[in-house]
Write a protein of this length. Structure first.
Length: 159
């Protein structure tokens, strides 16, 4: 069975990787789909996010990373994806993701599975990571070393 873990991943955190790793144990193949969301203010370009994720999941068998442009359900159909996997941190995540799951099912019949994020990462969000980094804080405990380096480079204008 083929699953997809979609998101903007700007930047990818240990919370994201927790969901991807657990999905890799549940499904034969997992596509991590890096999407573009015009409502978000990105720190990294889509290609940079794909590169960071590709590095972060390189040791996970059956996991690949792809750029998602357009409707998720169209991408799922084109890639032969059987199920969407979404991570949940809080009840508010559930409210939003339930609505999306119902719409995706109405459009295509695809099912969504929601996994609670492990407690140790439930407080993380990419938005918080970007804000902490912007203000000069150390985010290295929340991201991979490569992502921490990329964030530091962007924050200091070296990237």
């Amino acid at each position: 069975m083929r699953a997809i873990c979609p998101g903007s991943f700007d930047p990818v955190t240990h919370g994201h990787l927790d969901i991807v790793t657990r999905s890799a144990h549940l499904f034969d193949e997992v596509i991590v789909a890096v999407g573009r969301n015009s409502a978000k203010n990105y720190l990294f370009t889509p290609d940079e996010r794909v590169a960071m994720l590709t590095d972060a999941v390189k040791d996970l068998p059956g996991v690949s990373v792809m750029l998602l442009d357009g409707l998720l359900v169209d991408f799922c159909r084109d890639q032969g994806v059987d199920v969407i996997v979404k991570g949940l941190r809080f009840a508010s995540d559930f409210d939003f993701e339930l609505q999306m799951a119902q719409m995706n099912h109405a459009l295509s019949g695809i099912e969504t599975i929601m996994l609670p994020t492990s407690a140790q990462w439930s407080h993380l969000s990419s938005t918080m990571i970007r804000e902490i980094a912007k203000l000069g804080g150390d985010v290295s405990q929340f991201v991979t070393p490569q992502v921490a380096e990329a964030i530091a480079a962007k924050s200091t204008g070296q990237a």
